[in-house]
Design a protein around this ligand. Structure first.
Ligand code: GTP
Ligand code: MG
Length: 202
C-alpha cells in the first residue's frame, strides 16, 4: 500500500508548536545538522521534494510535521543541532524549542535519534540521549549514511552506540541513498508510533 506523506505544519516557535492541533501519535527525528534527517523523510516518503536537503548544514530551521497516511501518525523533522556557524543566541533558542517540543508533546511516542555512522559519538548526541531517558521518552537509534561506511566501521559504531544507549536499543543502519535498512526502519517507526506498517490495521 502506498504511503502518503504531507507536510501539514511548519513551526518556528514553541507557541506555534503548541498551537498544532494534531491528535495522532508523533515520532520525532533529531540529530546533528547534516546527519540526514530530511533525506530520510524523503526516502521513506518516496519523494525528493518533501523536505529540503542541503549539503550546507543548518538547512532545516523549523519543526516540520509530516502526516502519514494511511498509517495515521506524524513524523516530525526537528532542526539539526550542533551547527557551528549559527550564533550562540540562535543555538540557545533552538535548544529551547527542541527541548520544549520534546518535553511537552502529549502525543510524542518516541524520539528517533540519528547518528552519522562515520562519526564517533559526540557530546551533543549523548546529552540528547540523556535528556530523552530522563524525560522517559522511548528512543530509537539510527545510524545514517551507511553507504559511506565499510562493514567493519558499521559494526564498530553499532557496538559503540549500543554501550551508550539504554539496554535493549540496537542502532539500525540505514542509507537514504541506497535504501539500505529502510524497510526495517519503517517498521520500527510504525511500531514506536503504535500503528501498523500497512495500515489500516486488521
Ligand atoms: P539539517 O536540516 O541541516 O539539520 O540537515 P539534515 O539532517 O536534514 O540533513 P540532510 O538530509 O539535508 O542531508 C545533509 C547532506 O547529507 C546532504 O548533502 C545529503 O545528500 C547527504 N545525505 C543524506 N543522507 C545520505 C545518505 O544516506 N548517504 C549519503 N551518501 N549522503 C546522504
Ligand atoms: Mg533537514
Amino acid at each position: 500500500m502506498d504511503r502518503i506523506f504531507t507536510l501539514e505544519t511548519t513551526a518556528y516557535t514553541l507557541e506555534q508548536v503548541r498551537a498544532f492541533p494534531g491528535v495522532l501519535p508523533q515520532v520525532a527525528l533529531a540529530g546533528r545538522s547534516n546527519v540526514g534527517k530530511s533525506s530520510l523523510i524523503n526516502a521513506l516518503g518516496g519523494s525528493k521534494k518533501l523536505a529540503k536537503i542541503s549539503s550546507t548544514p543548518g538547512k532545516t530551521r523549523s519543526i516540520n510535521f509530516y502526516s502519514i497516511r494511511p498509517a495515521d501518525f506524524y513524523l516530525v523533522d526537528l532542526p539539526g543541532y550542533g551547527y557551528a556557524r549559527s550564533s550562540k543566541e540562535e543555538r540557545r533558542k533552538w535548544a529551547a524549542v527542541i527541548e520544549g517540543y520534546l518535553g511537552r508533546t502529549p502525543h510524542l511516542k518516541a524520539l528517533a535519534i540519528l547518528l552519522d555512522c562515520r562519526l564517533a559519538p559526540q557530546e551533543l548526541d549523548v546529552s540528547l540521549v540523556a535528556f530523552a531517558v530522563q524525560s522517559a521518552i522511548p528512543l530509537l537509534a539510527i545510524l545514517t549514511k551507511a553507504d559511506k561506511c565499510g562493514a567493519r566501521e558499521q559494526a564498530a559504531r553499532q557496538a559503540e552506540w549500543a554501550r551508550l544507549l539504554p539496554s535493549g536499543i540496537a542502532p539500525l543502519l540505514v542509507s537514504a541513498k541506497t535504501g539500505k535498512g529502510l524497510t526495517m526502519l519503517w517498521r520500527a517507526l510504525c511500531n514506536a508510533a503504535g500503528v501498523c506498517p500497512e495500515a489500516p490495521c486488521p
